[in-house]
Design a protein around this ligand. Structure first.
Ligand code: ADP
Ligand code: ADP
Length: 228
């Protein structure tokens, strides 16, 4: 699903991703950890083309992102992303936030789209908030809506960039439970940047540790957490 071959990424002179080699298979749930500024967010953002790479090869869902001709809009139909700061449309209801991309991008018929959106809201425990505006719900609820919205496009791959870092502590668990449920679907591939070690241990099949733009460890979860 994801292949990095000798990838380098610079911000001006700053070497943000160094010699990244990485393969993530369909169905994996991979957690990316490491100190602040180590390049985790940058790595996740290259996967759906929010950041471009300067050299090496990056292939996502059989599309070559190192080729400037690759159509990112087509790639992003299959690659969802959940951000730290939710990025919901403030002037649209919760339900409309979820229905927008399937309507505009995939031309899903309205009744079918609405039913699917309500099912997703039900799954994240927010069916009763469908008509609320984002300003009327909590941060944890916003993030659950953002997850439902990303699922509405039926992505093959979901990227999570510190999905709980902006939340009040009492809201973190509900969001982690939803992420756990979503990532356990066998055909879903997930890459999750997080500082939640307990969650990583419980949910990931693999843990990657970054430092100073490099991958310094890449191990199955059990081995990772059993090291001295
Ligand atoms: P992490 O997610 O591990 O905290 P980031 O990928 O956000 O790390 O950032 C890695 C490094 O790249 C940091 O030093 C950060 O300041 C720098 N960086 C991130 N985005 C930009 C940018 N748009 N322009 C310049 N430097 C950036
Ligand atoms: P996060 O780690 O959650 O991505 P940051 O504060 O590192 O949050 O980055 C927020 C935004 O600022 C991102 O879009 C990132 O690319 C950009 N950014 C981060 N560091 C720098 C930097 N040194 N110069 C310019 N932009 C940066």
């Amino acid at each position: 699903m994801i292949e990095f071959h000798d990838v380098q990424k610079y911000y001006g002179q700053f070497h943000a991703l160094r010699d990244i080699n990485l393969e993530i298979d369909k169905g994996e749930t991979v957690v990316l950890i490491g100190p602040s500024g180590s390049g985790k967010s940058t790595l996740a953002r290259t996967v759906n083309g929010l950041e471009t790479i300067q050299s090496g090869q990056l292939i996502v869902n059989n599309r070559d992102l190192s080729d400037a001709k690759t159509n990112l809009n087509i790639l992003r139909r299959d690659v969802g992303m959940v951000f730290q700061h939710f990025n919901l449309y403030a002037n649209k209801s919760v339900l409309e936030n979820i229905m927008l991309a399937p309507r505009i991008v995939s031309h899903v018929p309205e009744a079918e789209n609405k039913k699917a959106a309500m099912d997703l809201l039900d799954m994240v425990g927010l069916a009763d908030k469908a008509q609320n505006m984002p300003s009327q719900i909590s941060g944890g609820q916003k993030q659950r809506v953002a997850i439902a919205r990303s699922l509405a496009m039926k992505p093959k791959l979901l990227l999570f960039d510190e999905p709980t870092s902006a939340l009040d502590p009492e809201m973190i668990d509900d969001v982690l439970q939803v992420i756990k449920q979503v990532t356990s679907a066998s055909d879903m591939t997930s890459l999750i940047v997080t500082h939640e070690m307990g969650f990583a241990k419980e949910v990931a099949n693999r843990v990657i540790f970054m430092d100073a733009g490099q991958i310094v460890e890449d191990d199955d979860t059990k081995s990772f957490f059993s090291q001295p």
